[in-house]
Design a binder for this molecule. Structure first.
Ligand SMILES: *Cc1c(COP(=O)(O)O)cnc(C)c1O
Length: 368
């Protein structure tokens, strides 16, 4: 089976380096909030182009802690996309705030800025765009809407480490941005981890306190916080991965180009595209087709793993039935949920594996 992603190949490529580091780690004695987390935070902030980066336990916590640090909670509304992983909206709800879903652009699959203004109410505090599948959201339009309406911008960059807009990394556009190190993410670890980037020193200090029980000083607590720290062990793995992430993201882009070259002629397929100035990192390579079910079964039979991202938009999730959305309310997201599916794309996918995947599409095309 050719996997959608293959983190084990990625970590095996780091094996010698990691085993050496692990020996030092065992004897080092610092397992929580040590020098590895500090140096990862420094490198991360440099890479994203923010003043600060703060490690947390996972991407979901990154979102929750950021919302908390910005004072967003009960009675507030946060505008976001219905076409994303559940955690984006879950974090808003976990804070007691209300997610307000705005439909997405049919080409980029990211939140459609032209529809945001209609969703703004006196309760709106923030816009939370997602750089879906590694493609930057339209941060220029979102930024000017936010400035005009006095709103905060929190980027959900969990799928997009290394993506750029006009040469500027995502994660540096909003007041803060949240990243996940879940194993299958572009920059992943062998477990859970997350990071928050911001150039606001005061916000960074609040987040640092919150992630560690609201504590500025050992056994003194300013506020009710969280136990949401990034482990030294994961920082160690991520420091090794950071040495290769640019090369891995380049390989992802090269594979996306190869898919486009091979499948671009098939007019019944929607392939990912990059708007002018955007450089995606292809966390997932999602193709749209009216014929999804039969393509999925042909791929499965040929030993190719696929996935549907996402089969149910968030406004129609059972958990959000209380918000009162109905089918048809956000038609673009709903249509995408019926058409899109992911095919394997990861830095260690070989050209010949990809050629095999492509051949399934070509054969399927000839057979209809
Ligand atoms: C993965 C992901 C998250 C959550 O990250 P975890 O580390 O799994 O908690 C949030 N938002 C998006 C868009 C994601 O893809």
């Amino acid at each position: 089976m050719i996997g959608l992603s293959d983190p084990s190949r990625q970590f095996q490529s780091l094996q010698d380096e990691l085993l050496r580091d692990f020996e030092a780690f065992i004897g080092g004695g610092a397992y929580i909030m040590g020098e590895r987390v500090a140096s990862l935070e420094t490198r991360f902030a440099e890479k994203i182009g923010t003043l600060e980066a703060i490690g947390v336990a996972n991407g979901t916590d990154a979102l929750i802690v950021t919302l908390d640090a910005l004072g967003i909670g009960e009675g507030d509304e946060v505008i976001t996309t219905p076409f994303t992983f559940f955690a984006t909206a879950e974090a808003i709800s976990r804070r007691g705030a209300t997610p307000v879903f705005v439909d997405v652009d049919p080409v980029t699959y990211n939140i459609d800025p032209a529809r945001i203004e209609d969703a703004i109410t006196p309760k709106t505090r923030a816009i939370m765009p997602v750089h879906l599948f590694g493609l930057p959201a339209d941060m220029d339009s979102i930024g000017s809407l936010a400035r005009k309406n006095g709103l905060l911008v929190i980027e959900d960059a969990c799928q997009a480490f290394g993506a750029q807009l006009r040469g500027r990394p995502v994660g540096s556009f909003g007041h803060a941005a949240c990243f996940s190190f879940f194993p299958t993410k572009n920059l992943g670890t062998m477990g859970d981890g997350g990071m928050i980037s911001t150039s606001d020193p005061e916000l960074a200090a609040t987040i640092r306190r919150l992630r560690h029980h609201g504590s500025p000083k050992k056994y003194y607590h300013d506020t009710i916080g969280y136990n949401s720290r990034l482990d030294e062990l994961h920082a160690m793995i991520l420091l090794a991965a950071m040495n290769h992430i640019d090369e891995w993201n380049e390989r992802r882009r090269a594979l996306a180009d190869r898919y486009r070259a091979a499948l671009g002629e098939l007019s019944d397929l929607d392939l990912p595209t990059e708007p002018e100035g955007a450089r995606g990192v292809y966390h997932l390579y999602c193709i749209g087709s009216d014929d999804r079910a039969s393509l999925l079964s042909a791929l499965r039979q040929a030993g190719v793993q696929t996935g549907v991202y996402y089969p149910c938009p968030l406004h129609l999730q059972q958990a959000y039935r209380g918000l009162g959305y109905r089918p048809g309310d956000l038609p673009v997201a709903e249509r995408l949920s019926e058409r899109l599916f992911a095919v394997p794309l990861h830095p260690f996918l070989s050209d010949s594996e990809q050629d095999h995947i492509v051949s399934v599409f070509l054969k399927h095309r000839r057979s209809i």
